[in-house]
Design a binder for this molecule. Structure first.
Ligand code: 5RP
Length: 235
């Protein structure tokens, strides 16, 4: 991993201000005249707001969730179906955790499946995050897994055999339903030492739609909001 940093130190900033900073910093990776891949979450919302200021210089976006699509369209940014676009130069998204190799845990906003799809069609993944997300080993944040509802008990039993504790994510007293009509199991107690092997294994369990480990679709760049400014990590 190589690290570079903006020269000027910034005064103490809130987490929200750090998100704004990295959201704005991501604009320099947007290729003018092209369609940009857009993730989901509170940090990406800052990026979408910044993107609106250059909307006349891009064709539009491919979005990873209904929430991001709504925000993009409300700001006048055209949203394209992922099937209508063969390749994207860049995908900008947040993360719940990122390690020193660019592997991530994602899905805190329940959008992991579409995020992985758009990341897979993009040449470069630029992760935007505040420094609380940087970890040595993935597993601190509960691992989101999108699961077909009839398989949640079985999948949780498989995680228990690995020392993990799974819980179906709830919303308003009922299991949360994703944009794809599935449920989310959040798993605590894991130490993911080999993210590629872990992702490959769990992805094959019956009923698993998407596991929130992004090792095959890892980040090439991370713009990390820190008290010293935006750090650029390259993997
Ligand atoms: C949504 C995600 C988000 O990228 C992740 O949860 C980070 O979100 P935030 O920027 O709000 O901290 O994976 O499914």
């Amino acid at each position: 991993m190589t690290t570079s940093q903006t020269p000027a130190a910034v005064p103490t900033l809130t987490q929200d201000e750090l998100k704004t900073l990295v959201g704005q910093a991501a604009l320099k990776y947007v290729v003018h005249g092209e369609i940009v891949g857009v993730g989901t979450g509170s940090t990406v919302n800052k990026f979408i707001d910044a993107l609106a200021t250059i909307k006349d210089q891009i064709k539009g976006a491919v979005s990873s969730s209904v929430a991001s699509t709504d925000r993009l369209q409300a700001l006048g940014i055209p949203v394209f179906d992922s099937n209508s676009v063969e390749k994207l130069a860049v995908y900008i998204d947040g993360a719940d955790e990122i390690d020193g190799q660019g592997h991530m845990v994602k899905g805190g906003g329940a959008a992991l499946t579409r995020e992985k799809i758009v990341a897979a069609q993009s040449t470069k993944f630029v992760c935007i995050a505040d420094e609380s997300k940087l970890v040595q080993t993935l597993g601190k944040f509960p691992l989101p897994v999108e699961v077909i509802p009839m398989a949640t008990q079985r999948v949780m039993a498989q995680f228990a055999a690995k020392g993990g504790v799974g819980k179906v994510r709830m919303k308003d007293g009922a299991p949360l339903v994703t944009d794809n009509g599935q449920h989310i199991v959040d798993v605590t107690g894991l130490q993911i030492a080999d993210p590629r092997a872990f992702e490959a294994e769990v992805s094959q369990w019956p009923g698993v739609v998407t596991v929130g480990v992004f090792a095959f679709q890892k980040a090439q760049v991370c713009l990390l909001g820190t008290a010293q400014g935006v750090k650029t990590l390259e993997f």
